[in-house]
Design a protein around this ligand. Structure first.
Ligand code: ZN
Length: 349
């Protein structure tokens, strides 16, 4: 028999148009009371952060902090602030990076975390995990699940469409992430959660069945992607690891990050990675490619703004990013010849 297991899930999830205008009432109905630190990114998200600040500061002791730069440094800034001035709740208002910074800092400062994404570019909005660069590459670190998630579809649909398309790329990646997990399970390398696999695959299917609606960029599509990313975030919480949401396609994207940093969005890179890894798994990679094309997400090296050589380099080094994570890339990875073949056959290069 397996030992005890603890799962961290979000307690409140609000999705709707204009819901941020009612944030004081929403928090009150969730019985979230106390003092707040709002963490935002620079530029546009700072304005949304200021909006939330203005809504809350009348009745609550509220502070705001805008962060930028490398994730690790920004976490230190937030945690220093919290150690000088402890808060009950840390509210992240912003994109994926801001949410990761707040989630990590909240966990290490023993305060509750509230997630208010202004874009839906990846599935970190709902999970208890943070991906953070370390000396060995990239690690998925256990942090804290948000006590509340508020997704205002009006704000999210106002953001550039590219972010939503990127969220769809992160969503389709569940197809290969689950295949990699099943492979590792069949080889006796890991335990597997059927429930987490099913939930993760279903969230990808919702998105893939709704290309036209999403392509419109309206609030209906935003709502669909929001629910799908919630689903995969929850699947990772159930699994207690990022396994159901992150496989060889994520390793490829992390490898690409270290070769050509900040070239494309996370979800855009894993989407292209999913096409190639699905080819390796012998699955329907064309279906993935067609879907990404239809929603206007990158499908080639050129679309990502990356040269062919970097794609090959990322493919041959991806297995080194997280050696503990067994995937279709195996323990020795792809040779340069094999990598070139995969990338050309799938028309990525
Ligand atoms: Zn991802």
């Amino acid at each position: 028999m397996k030992g005890p297991k603890r799962m961290q899930l979000p307690r409140h999830v609000d999705i709707g148009s204009g819901i941020l205008r009612g944030i004081p009432e929403a928090l009150e109905s969730m019985r979230i009371r106390g003092n707040f630190l709002i963490v935002t990114g620079p530029n546009v998200t700072r304005e949304y952060g200021k909006f939330v600040y203005d809504m809350l500061s009348g009745e609550h002791d509220t502070e705001m902090l805008s962060v930028s730069g490398a994730k690790k440094d920004a976490c230190k800034v937030v945690m220093d602030r919290l150690s000088r001035n402890p808060r009950d709740y840390l509210i992240a208002v912003g994109g994926g990076k801001t949410i990761d910074i707040a989630k990590y800092s909240a966990f290490h400062s023993q305060c509750e975390f509230i997630s208010i994404p202004t874009v839906l570019s990846h599935d970190g909005i709902a999970s208890s995990r943070v991906s953070m660069a370390n000396s060995e590459g990239v690690a998925s670190i256990d942090a804290v699940a948000p006590i509340a998630i508020m997704m205002d579809t009006e704000i999210i649909s106002d953001a550039p469409y590219r972010f939503l398309a990127s969220g769809c790329g992160d969503s389709v990646s569940k197809n290969t992430a689950v295949l990699d997990w099943e492979l590792a399970y069949r080889l006796g390398k890991e335990e597997k959660s059927e429930y987490a696999c099913a939930l993760s695959l279903m969230s990808a299917k919702i998105v893939m069945d709704s290309a036209e609606v999403i392509r419109n960029g309206g609030e209906e599509g935003v709502r669909l992607v929001a629910k799908a990313l919630m689903g995969s975030g929850v699947a990772m919480s159930i699994a207690g690891s990022s396994r159901p949401g992150s496989g060889s396609e994520h390793l490829f994207s992390h490898a690409l990050d270290s070769i050509v940093p900040d070239r494309a969005l996370h979800g855009e890179q894993v989407g292209v990675g999913t096409i190639m890894m699905m080819y390796l798994h012998g699955g329907d990679w064309r279906e993935i490619r067609d879907f990404l094309s239809r929603i206007g997400a990158p499908v080639t090296a050129g679309d990502l703004g990356v040269d062919e050589e970097s794609i090959i380099k990322a493919l041959t080094s991806a297995h080194l990013v997280r050696p503990d994570r067994y995937t279709i890339l195996g323990e020795t990875g792809l040779s340069e010849v094999a990598a070139g073949r995969v990338a050309r056959r799938t028309e990525v290069i």
